[in-house]
Design a protein around this ligand. Structure first.
Ligand SMILES: Cc1cc2nc3c(=O)[nH]c(=O)nc-3n(C[C@H](O)[C@H](O)[C@H](O)COP(=O)(O)OP(=O)(O)OC[C@H]3O[C@@H](n4cnc5c(N)ncnc54)[C@H](O)[C@@H]3O)c2cc1C
Length: 448
């Protein structure tokens, strides 16, 4: 059985999203109109043509995964429904996004609160290393508030034709297996809210041909298809308003803390937002997920496609273990899955089957498998003990390491290294680990 990880999150919001005016959607990057309508797909499919209607797809969950899936589907000629339980959802999240996401998803610059160009890594013994010197003038890590980003993506999906429903997905009736059911619908049960305060909503059903589960780590869609078991982790974040003069320090600076006192196997962060900082920590080793709170990130999941149901984003476990990053991967997987459906259905004209949805997984694994592997190894090697963390921070002072790390993060590729620099790095890393272990032994002796 494949295992995966969930972050339960505990968050405090010192100020509500209402304090920040809604971002007006002034598109600095105009969205290209209906690109998929231009697809010319050779008709070689055996799946039936749909009569008098287009393919119907429901996306459950309106976070980055759901918003981008719905936009791509709607642009591709699919009858698209996006069901989100809380349209002003303010997901507890650091909100750090890589530069490539801004371009690839045409994000308007006014939804990015801060452009971080300096990162301070702080070791268990309080050694601080500044990283970011290798960044080019146009490069930065984007800092967003999730209520702003998610709202923007949902709105854009809606503008392109997706029907956004404020509803809580409850369960679905899955058509029985067998060739006589290849056209049978999935029947979704949900509660629709009318936006009035205190309203309990109205129970409704919706028939669709395909379901995309973009409903986060605690995905009901994943449960409906028995996606499998997963391990658990927890994360905490508080958004804290600090005085303006203190905010100046964080203008374009983020901090990352590593050490047993911060997390047994992860890092703590201070990420700057418009007029406050987001402070958090997490752990990926916490196995006891029995006591209540809602999970909101898992790092891998056993099954991602069953029949005409696919999981994307956190529901599919696409958060990375080392960095806890998942926004870009959520948006990207939502889009990739939707593209596979648009293509497989020939712009909504044909029914799709499991093999069409699986194309998304094949593409995903091909593109991102190395990235996940490298980050898994890094987390295992460097986050598990204070000596290793000291070595990690020491290593981060190296310009070559900084360049490789930032390039990989900002552009989401595992950057091929320079063999000579790699060798130097390996030697330095071993040196750092040996020094850090020797230091620990000396400290242990002193404390006896
Ligand atoms: C504390 C913390 C900090 C993080 N910091 C970062 C960071 O700085 N950068 C980064 O890249 N990633 C970060 N992550 C990870 C990131 O938050 C997730 O990977 C990302 O949100 C996944 O997006 P998603 O769309 O798959 O799921 P989500 O963002 O969880 O969206 C799921 C949506 O589905 C809705 N939903 C759920 N159930 C139902 C239902 N039954 N019916 C209808 N709607 C439903 C929810 O309301 C929600 O809007 C962080 C995670 C945590 C916990």
């Amino acid at each position: 059985m494949t295992s995966s990880i969930v972050f339960k999150s505990f968050t405090g919001l010192r100020h509500s999203s209402q304090e920040h005016p809604k971002v007006l959607h002034s598109h600095t990057n105009p969205i290209s109109a209906f690109p998929y309508r231009r697809f010319r797909i050779k008709a070689s499919k055996s799946s039936p043509k749909l009569q008098n209607r287009n393919l119907r797809v429901a996306v459950i969950g309106g976070g980055p995964a759901g918003g981008s899936a719905a936009e791509t589907l709607a642009k591709g000629g699919i009858e698209t429904y996006l069901i989100e339980r809380k349209l002003d959802n303010c997901k507890p999240c650091g909100g750090a996004i890589p530069l490539c996401m801004v371009g690839e998803f045409d994000l308007p610059l006014d939804i990015i609160d801060r452009r971080v160009t300096k990162m301070k890594m702080i070791s268990p013994s309080n050694v601080a290393v500044d990283i970011g010197q290798t960044l080019k003038p146009h490069e930065y890590i984007g800092m967003v508030r999730r209520e702003v980003l998610d709202d923007y993506l949902r709105e854009r999906a809606s503008t392109n034709g997706a029907k956004v429903i404020n509803g809580l997905f409850l369960k679905m009736d899955i058509p029985k297996k067998g060739s006589e059911n290849i056209n049978s619908p999935y029947v979704l049960h949900y509660t629709e809210y009318d936006g009035k305060k205190g309203g309990t909503g109205e129970r409704k059903t919706l028939e669709v041909d395909v379901v995309i589960g973009a409903d986060g780590a605690n995905s009901r869609v994943a449960k409906s298809i028995d996606a499998g078991d997963y391990d658990y982790a927890i994360a905490f974040q508080e958004r804290i308003k600090i005085p303006d003069d203190k905010m100046v320090y964080y203008e374009n600076l983020a901090e990352m803390y590593v050490g047993d006192d911060v997390s047994p196997d992860f890092y703590g962060w201070v990420f700057p937002k418009c007029d406050h900082v987001a402070v958090g920590t997490g752990t990926v080793t916490h196995k006891d997920y029995t006591s209540g709170s809602t999970p909101n990130t898992r790092t891998s999941s056993a099954t991602k496609v069953v029949g005409r149901v696919a999981l994307v984003g956190d529901a599919a476990g696409y958060v990375t273990k080392c960095s806890g990053e998942g926004i870009y991967f959520a948006a990207k997987s939502g889009r990739m899955c939707a593209e596979a459906i648009v293509e497989g259905s020939e712009n909504g004209k044909r029914m799709v089957d499991e093999s069409d949805l699986r194309k998304y997984l094949e593409k995903w694994d091909k593109t991102y498998w190395p990235t996940y592997k490298v980050l898994d190894v890094l987390q295992k090697v460097f986050y598990r003990s204070n000596p290793a963390r000291e070595a990690f921070v020491e290593m981060c002072a190296d310009e070559y390491v900084q360049k490789m790390t930032f390039d990989s993060y900002l552009y989401k590729t595992v950057v091929p290294g320079n063999p000579l620099e790699d060798l130097k790095l390996a030697i330095n890393t071993i040196g750092s680990l040996v020094r850090a272990n020797a230091l620990r032994r000396e400290m242990d002796k002193l404390s006896v």
